[in-house]
Design a binder for this molecule. Sequence first.
Ligand code: ARG
Ligand code: ZN
Length: 886
Amino acid sequence: MDAPKEIFLKDYKSPDYYFDTVDLRFSLGEEKTIVASKITVFPRVEGSSAPLVLDGVDLKLISIKVDGKELKEGDYHLDSRHLTLPSPPQGKFTLEIDTEIQPQNNTSLEGLYKSSGNFCTQCEAEGFRKITFYQDRPDIMAKYTCRIEADKLLYPVLLSNGNLIEQGTFEGGKHYAVWEDPFKKPCYLFALVAGQLESRDDTFVTRSGRKVALRIWTPAQDVPKTAHAMYSLKAAMKWDEDVFGLEYDLDLFNVVAVPDFNMGAMENKSLNIFNSKLVLASPETASDADYAAILGVIGHEYFHNWTGNRVTCRDWFQLSLKEGLTVFRDQEFSSDMGSRTVKRIADVSKLRNYQFPQDAGPMAHPVRPHSYIKMDNFYTVTVYEKGAEVVRMYKTLLGTQGFRKGMDLYFKRHDGQAVTCEDFFAAMKDANGVDFANFLLWYSQAGTPVVKVTSSYNAEAHTFSLKFSQEVPPTPGQPVKEPMFIPVAVGLLDSSGKDMILSSVYHNGTLQSVASNNQPVLSTVLRVTKKEEEFVFCDIFERPIPSLLRGYSAPVRLESDLSDSDLFFLLAHDSDEFNRWESGQVLARKLMLSLVADFQQSKPLTLNPKFVQGLKSILCDPSLDKEFIAKAITLPGEGEIMDMMEVADPDAVHAVRTFIRKELASQLKSEFLSTVENNRSSEEYVFDHPNMSGRALKNTALAYLGSLEDTEITELALHEYKTATNMTDQFAALSAISQKPGKTRDDVLADFYTKWQHNYLVVNKWFALQAMSNIPGNVENVRKLLNHPAFDLRNPNKVYSLIGGFCGSPVNFHAKDGSGYKFLGEIVLQLDKLNPQVASRMVSAFSRWRRFDESRQTLAKQQLETIMSANGLSENVFEIALKSLA
Ligand code: ARG
Ligand code: ZN
């Protein structure tokens, strides 16, 4: 293998050649597959004589023709990654290449591969080069036709992008289909599926009257489980019309569910391919969280048709142009379909628990990275989730209508093009004629800004001042940062807990009115752009309690001078529901950190009664949304707390979180019991907010109760387990029971497996639950499960459940004796031989090793070094291990 090469954004060059049309012919076989391509090529600059360099990996070249004439060895150059024509003809020409590939041996699940006997593809980011020689980069956009030929019995269904224009059968049991995609596309959106599949069919009539056939394909026995995915698809199509005026543009939309898939799903033009986990659901087998994820991801991939496909990325550094924007769109869609506040809380939690640690570690990178070795390593929470926060800030600054104007202009300017993040920025700016100052820094500076706020009230002048300072921490390659443009949404509460009416703000030597035409203004967005900056609210007639960063208006760490009693006040009264939750979280984080210090000094732990009281009043407030209550009484995760410590101490954090949970459970036992009693599910499962809220609250209460050593509770949990009529409740009861080691736990886990052994998606939940267990020495159990007949290292979902689940459990993964690290080190090397993308995701669990004490550091570092020294390491794992050790 050649030495891994780092690729830089600053080195981007337009291609020397473009492709106009691409005709592909696949002959699918058991031993080998033949791919014949015919491409019309033209130079970017008339008369150019630059070499044409095609990407190609793991391909066997059979023949190559230029304008119908076969090339001989010496007319071209072939190495392990490229096929080069040193002097192609001038002007337009046709290039025909035949290649042989072996999808049946492709365990990387990238390119063309087999999943459960069916053929399928995954080309993003750079998988097309494993199918045929091509300029595998997104700024090459061409019109495709695709002819697929295969055995008719084994592969009765043959699908590709666009419209089916021809099909037929041969003697000898073969058949074929020809697909034509009328839209130009980059090769990463190419897809092919061939196999034994059946579909759920429906139709959607677009608002201009186009009748679209919708088909969701799975193996026959799973078709009944696609109803929710179909519902989600139709809802997404309608939503995009209503909210963004965007219609679907073809007469057919296919979704295929496959059990072996590296990620969630893929937005190939008119042929979305999904991990079956994100399509298949029935009340008995899928939880509310699964239903919500399906809604969000079906929406996400559908929304890509405009944000990603019609307008795509110039190069992979621009990934967030489509992903940040499309995540933002799917978040908004899910909000509109359920509860906006609850969705916002879930998204911010995800950002804090996963993106903040990434942004503070060795893999920290900007929303638009400056360089990569392997692009697959940059499908990250930073590009996706922080990228979505960046898009959200445009909307916060411009308002709903201004944002829509920007989107409209973006499509008007760039439909059919491959563009950059600046193009998106320019559309937002030009459509609204506004000054965005240094907003673009959000794309280029990594690290989570720390924003400090201090407040003061002047009773004589009736003014209230907020002084901001900001600091962006250094990240790899970026030691010094500039101040960012941070929109801070603010409201001020009076002593009765109501929002004060805001009139004007004094800032930068001028008085700015915040009043609007006829509505009283209760919340305003301050534009913080400097290292230090003051805003003074005028006409404030009593000392207010400020509600800061409402709705989490910017992805920053906010440190305010609010006292505990201010926070309790906001928890009880803030009209911004997100900030009510947030105040509770700030209090909980403070409490947990101080108890961690006590624990480390071997002081006895005691729980502040005000905290218990605060949670109790939330738990027992009938006016609150039940899912909101469930979120508000849930403590910040162990990862979040470890991330706030100088030296992360997993044992102390776990001990403290367990202590608080138990203490709350015993002090609020009767409240939790009646919460369970009063929120049992109705017989029939309904996926809507009121029903899901009830289940969420009941199961959160049950989880608290499960932390008690109490036979009455064990009986209750067993009863819930046995009487559950849906997976949400059944799994919640199983989880409550499995908190404590013992015979009951073993019996119920065994019972659950027996019940569900024929459903691999449910079995994965069973793997994950055991893998994440905090039971001491759990690594041994996880090692045993590796040999369980239902486990398979080749299937990414199983790896994510068992290995990923284990690495997400701080106590056992970070076990002092290094047993968790050793386990992961071994697995990464085994996995890397099979599937580098999956191995690379797993090795990332080591990347924060420097956050721990010295003895853990030594143990984790040893594993990383062993991995680095392995022979034939993939570029994927190499990049993560290298950067982690740097
Ligand atoms: N574009 C896909 C999405 O909808 C994800 C593709 C991920 N590819 C990868 N190599 N990790 O988000
Ligand atoms: Zn996406």
